[in-house]
Design a protein around this ligand. Structure first.
Ligand SMILES: O=C(O)c1ccccc1N[C@@H]1O[C@H](COP(=O)(O)O)[C@@H](O)[C@H]1O
Length: 222
């Protein structure tokens, strides 16, 4: 089945346009100030306009304060919040109750033990996003361009809805899909020429690779 595809960390109209034209189901904006992909909420709102009703608009936040969320939600009017910090299940519940938006909870993964944290969010998070643990010294909780051992996801109960992220690019996405059968995938630095600089050519190559991975295998004829 064709996975949902999220292109994250968008900052320009041409990158938004290309992601939409290629069939992105989700587009993400990063509201973490230390990130090279950080965008002001009012600019994100303008960029997101062409996506309304076509792709889900995702606000990516990290241990957000109420003031931050108030501003982002009122300006951007996202379809979904991606919580990419250490938000507890209780905090996720509160955020959902206050803003009435679905939440995708990001969890960092390095070992099978890391996936045990899923349980605490079942029935609370609407979806999970599994990302690699940040490398030592990185100031970013996500967007580091590193992958984890995808075979770990075989431990998951099939009912867990998630997006796979972490270093996905045109060269590895077919393997990632083959190994995980992920219901969603998320790419950011893998479609950039430099940190925070999206490339329409790389977005195209990424979608081409996903389409190729999903193409039905034709039986060899006569
Ligand atoms: O991209 C960022 O800078 C970022 C900052 C803070 C939280 C999350 C961030 N990005 C998320 O991480 C995944 C994986 O990124 P990558 O593909 O490994 O570069 C990305 O898709 C965002 O959802």
């Amino acid at each position: 089945m064709k996975p949902d595809i999220k292109i994250c960390g968008l900052k320009t109209p041409d990158a938004v346009d290309r992601a939409l034209k290629r069939g992105a189901t989700h587009i993400g904006f990063i509201f973490f100030e230390k990130s090279p992909r950080y965008i002001e909420p009012d600019l994100a709102a303008k960029l997101a306009e062409p996506a309304r009703g076509k792709a889900k608009i995702v606000a990516v936040v990290v241990d957000p304060t109420n003031d931050e969320l108030d501003e982002i939600v009122s300006l951007l009017k996202p379809d979904m919040l991606q919580l990419h910090g250490n938000e507890s299940p209780e905090h996720v519940l509160t955020i959902k109750a206050v803003y009435g938006l679905p939440v995708m909870k990001a969890l960092p993964v390095r070992t099978a033990d890391d996936l045990k944290r899923v349980e605490a969010y079942i029935g609370i998070a609407d979806r999970f996003l599994f990302d690699a643990k940040p490398p030592k010294g990185s100031e970013l909780p996500g967007g580091n361009g590193v992958s984890f051992d995808w075979s770990l996801l075989a431990w998951l109960d099939g009912s867990v809805d998630y997006m796979l992220s972490g270093g996905l690019n045109k060269d590895n996405v077919a393997d990632a899909l083959f190994i995980t059968k992920a219901p969603g995938i998320d790419a950011s630095s893998g479609v950039e020429t430099a940190p925070g600089v999206k490339s329409v050519a790389k977005i195209d190559e990424f979608f081409d690779a996903v389409e190729k991975a999903n193409a039905p295998v034709m039986a060899s004829g006569s």
